[in-house]
Ligand binder design. Structure first.
Ligand code: M6R
Length: 612
């Protein structure tokens, strides 16, 4: 959730750190700070975005040959100057930046206070900093590295940390448990970061740390070991990420860029995986587990947020196309209820970031119980991608906007490909239908393009609804998850209260909310539920609700009943979410922009939720 960056080398350290923080700001943005060593240990930090840190640095320039920096998403203690990272030990010699949560920080704090330590902040991170120093000063460990190891063993919870010590001015220590960290290897310089985005412009060579590992990093070298002091030899990975992919390319926001990237990201996701001549699907990542998948008793899908919504679409697809029973679980609920899952089951986790703490915990729980664990991830090399037995990458490219857009459509495309392949292997999907679906998958990028061409119409429509206090989204069948997704998109970036419902459920409660102030977004683009949706529209209109519909080009009946409509090309019902979601993403985006909201960095949210 927070972002860490570190540097040791001959370049301008504070500039590298601040630029790195800018790339990481999508992970957390309530405060930012950095610490540098140059004969002394200097810290500049405070509430606010990286831009305010940059301003402070202009007034009070500090330089150093190594440094660590942090952009924060508050867990313990409100966002203010004191609670910002880095945190200093009592002597002022040790500085720490930390992602994650130290769960036993309260009891550790009491113990440390009884030994005379005083605390400036309300954070768990300061407690860890003081603990390291306490162990070091009391001689309970042979050296500073040993003190760090002992401290980490006393900690319950999760961490990705970077630590510097004025007495060892050529080293940065890092450690990981539950919060990602990687090292970037340069020429006479080393980088540290919580994801690859700040590193990619400097080097493509990276080493991923695993849970329970730490590293001692110097300008020309690094040594990775366990926190039990066992030396490790780590594989060096080559980053595939490009710098262009993490810049705005002329768009005012990453979210808009990512919405408009969808024709390409869907095509990238399909590339090399579908054969239109033989009407087959080849998913390299699943080849080794396909037999077990075909024999599975059921599939359980676990995910959070938007990824959970794509999982719901997957449920409809797997049941229709592969005739396999599916349950879709919130990852956070799944892991805490001793789930009944075993060797005959498959757990499929879906995660854009591949780092979501609850999804990761669900994966580990199912693995412990013997289930085959598969993943659909966007971030290559992420923890979930590495810990699953097998999986499929979405190849949507980096998603920086906090609101997930292109990751959703790519996840749905992957789910469709798995469902079709599975249906074919299980002999339950008719050849003619499978062929039609595979041909249609190829046409989807162009169809998405056609919808994006209507962005100006959606922009105008958004003006009329900018100050609506509430929104209701209704969908049926494949478009019920899209109703949930449309509502989530609107609330997270515009702060308008919005609810998504299966259209038929409206009569069981939400209908009481409908009056002339209530925009009701109806997603009426699946053929077999069209008549029923028309009845629901009539029910809304009878109560003076304002109908905005997303419907097929030729669905004149729905268009006539709507105050506003967005027309989308027809497709197979099961692919409908891939088209209907696009206007809803744009509608939320334009409404949020009209309301002056920070679309890419909505309040209280972070891009990857690495704490439980
Ligand atoms: O990285 P993940 O896909 O695991 O993230 C899951 C959710 O946190 C994420 O989809 C969140 O709901 C987005 N902000 C939605 O736009």
């Amino acid at each position: 959730m927070c972002g860490i960056v570190g540097y040791i080398g001959d370049q301008n350290t504070s500039e590298i750190l601040v630029n790195g923080l800018k790339r990481l700001e999508y992970r957390g943005y309530d405060s930012a700070g950095l610490a540098l060593i140059n004969g002394k240990l200097d810290i500049i930090k405070g509430k606010g975005k990286v831009a305010s840190l940059e301003k402070k640095l202009k007034k009070q320039s500090i330089e150093g040959w190594l440094g660590i920096a942090h952009t924060r998403w508050a867990t313990h203690g409100e966002p203010n100057d004191i609670n910002s990272h880095p945190h200093l030990s009592q002597s002022g010699k040790i500085a720490v930046v930390h992602n994650g949560i130290i769960e036993n920080y309260n009891s550790l704090k009491k113990q440390l206070a009884s030994k005379g330590r005083t605390f400036q902040s309300e954070t768990d991170t300061e407690v860890l900093t003081q603990l390291i120093e306490e162990i070091h000063e009391n001689g309970n460990a042979p050296d500073f590295e040993g003190a760090l190891q002992l401290a980490l063993k006393q900690v319950v919870g999760t961490y990705g940390i970077a630590v510097i010590n004025l007495d060892e001015p050529g080293r940065i220590y890092v450690a990981r448990k539950g919060s990602p960290l990687l090292l970037g290897i340069g020429e006479n310089e080393m980088f540290i970061a919580s994801d690859a985005s700040p590193i990619v412009e400097h080097t493509k060579k990276v080493v991923y740390l695993e849970d329970g590992e730490m590293a001692v990093v110097t300008k020309n070298d690094y040594q990775v070991k366990t926190i039990d002091d066992v030396d490790l030899t780590k594989e060096i990975h080559e980053l595939a990420l490009s710098l262009d992919a993490i810049e705005k390319a002329g768009y005012p926001h990453f979210m808009l860029k990512e919405i408009f990237e969808q024709p390409r990201s869907v095509a990238d996701c399909l590339r090399g995986r579908i054969r239109t001549d033989s009407h087959t699907i080849q998913l390299g990542g699943l080849v080794d587990v396909m037999d077990r998948l075909v024999e599975a008793r059921r599939i359980v899908i676990a995910a959070c947020g938007t990824s959970w919504h794509s999982g719901l679409v997957g449920e409809y697809m797997f049941e229709e196309l592969a005739k396999l029973p599916v349950e879709v679980e919130y990852a956070s609920e799944f892991r805490y209820r001793d789930p009944l899952i075993g060797e005959d089951d498959v757990l499929l986790v879906i995660s854009q970031s591949g780092e979501t703490a609850d999804t990761l915990a669900a994966l580990r729980e199912a693995k412990k119980k013997g289930a085959l664990v598969l993943g659909i991830c966007n971030v290559v090399g992420s923890t979930i991608a590495r810990e699953t037995d097998a999986g499929v990458y979405t190849h949507a490219g980096p998603e920086i906007g906090v609101a997930s857009t292109k990751a959703f459509t790519a996840q749905v495309v992957v789910l469709a490909m798995i469902a079709i392949a599975l249906g074919q292997r299980r002999g339950v999907l008719e050849d003619e239908y499978a062929g039609r679906l595979i041909d249609e998958l190829n046409r989807l990028p162009d169809k998405i393009d056609k919808i994006l061409e209507q962005s100006e119409v959606i922009k105008k429509m958004a003006k009329l609804f900018t100050y609506a206090p509430n929104f209701l989204y209704l969908g049926r069948s494949y478009n019920f998850p899209v109703a949930l997704e449309g509502a989530l998109k609107l609330k997270e970036i515009s702060y308008i209260h919005a609810e998504g419902y299966p259209a038929a459920e409206m009569k069981h409660g939400p209908i009481a909310l409908i009056d002339e102030m209530m925009p009701v977004v109806v997603i009426a683009a699946t053929d077999h539920t069209n008549d029923k949706m028309i009845s629901n529209i009539e029910e809304v209109k009878a109560r003076k609700g304002r109908i905005v519909s997303v419907t097929n080009d030729e669905n004149h009946e729905v268009k006539e009943l709507s105050e506003f409509f967005i027309s989308i090309p027809s497709t197979e019902d099961c692919f409908s979410p891939l088209l209907t979601v696009i206007p809803l993403q744009l509608l939320s985006y334009y409404i949020a922009v009209n309301r002056g909201c920070n679309v890419d960095q909505p309040r209280n949210l972070a891009k990857s939720v690495t704490v439980e």
